[in-house]
Design a protein around this ligand. Sequence first.
Ligand code: S3P
Length: 426
Amino acid sequence: MERRIRKVKKIQGEIEVPGDKSISHRSLIFGSISEGETVIHNFLKSRDCLSTLECLKKLGAEIEMKDDVVRISGKELKEPEDILDCGNSGTTMRLLSGIIASHPFYTVLTGDASLRSRPMKRIIEPLTLMGAKVYGRKGNYPPLTIIGNKLKGINYKLPVASAQVKSCIILSTIFSEGGSIIEEEVISRDHTERMLEYFEGEIKREGKRIYVKGNQKLKGKEVFIPGDFSSASYFIGATLIVENSSLIIKNLGLNPTRTGFLDVIKRMGGEFKISEYKELNGEPSGTLEISYCGKLKGIEIEKKEIPKIIDEIPLIAVIASISDGKTVISGAEELRVKETDRIKAMTTELKKMGACIEEKEDGFVIYGVEKLKGAKVNSWNDHRVAMSLSVAGLVAEGETIIENAECVDISFPEFFNLLEKVSVNI
Ligand code: S3P
């Protein structure tokens, strides 16, 4: 599917974005491994989360969905009768591997062409150290075959900052003999830790270390999922680059391990206001108000900031392209192993729109230009590339055509409708 985006006069309105993707995956998983009933409100019905739901059903979970409410009755998981298809979702594959490896099951997990080219050694290694048998194509790629077992906890220092890898180890430890100590150099999103506590599990953090108890029994809960900050970031970004814009986003997830984008835009000269701050099931949320406040300026972004903005970097590249001066993003080599190589994809596509952007092994160097121009660009079948380029299209002269735009379904099926709703046309 092709999507046409035209330059807009301004962005304006009051919106809510759909439920958080990371929390939606995790609430399905925690509900399926806990005793009693779990009820999930504002569940994100996107392709990735539905992949997790289908895989869990094949693992014996009893899950019912009506509108955006999901009910799960806690049951013993069972060996799946068929292979598990994780679709495009790295979170599904890496988190579920932790559960599967710690059960006496024979399981094969696969996914689409993008997922089958993403590195899995990062979970194969710790799960193998814990005592599971995990095999990948060329030792690193899906399909994965897992022969699970009762595992032993480990002391493990994460070689890459990755919430998916951290969560895989936490989830496998819940069923293991003895606990695990996981060390992370820079803290990545901590939804798994928060949800484990909320489901009455035992976990604690001391500095860079996370201590997880083995052999845990969890209790089903009611979960209210806040709006996804990463989905909201496209609307925040659009408001900051389209003159005269102002936007209110309600019920927005504000977990501090996710909101590094707000620190970035503040340093670039953007302003925002947060109100109605609250915490529900261990996750902070609130209302964010944001207005256009003049041209932003280029900044330097370093490695230690990357985990908190990992999914927003393609969008930051767009914003930097029309800001004053130079922006340097480094230490972001993980972007090369996302749904696509996001460094290459954003450099190639933004150049077509007249941006002055240079590809680096671990990021970008971007010199702001006065104007972007509409062009035919491609999403590389990556939802975040498609949405970032759409934001660029809102300020580009003329028309921007996004090819393969249907991939927004992965995390945000309503994206284009909501964008139309807040766009005031010229
Ligand atoms: C996610 C973790 C991040 C992020 C992805 C979702 C999660 O991936 O990019 O969109 O839900 O744990 P990494 O763990 O590979 O950094």
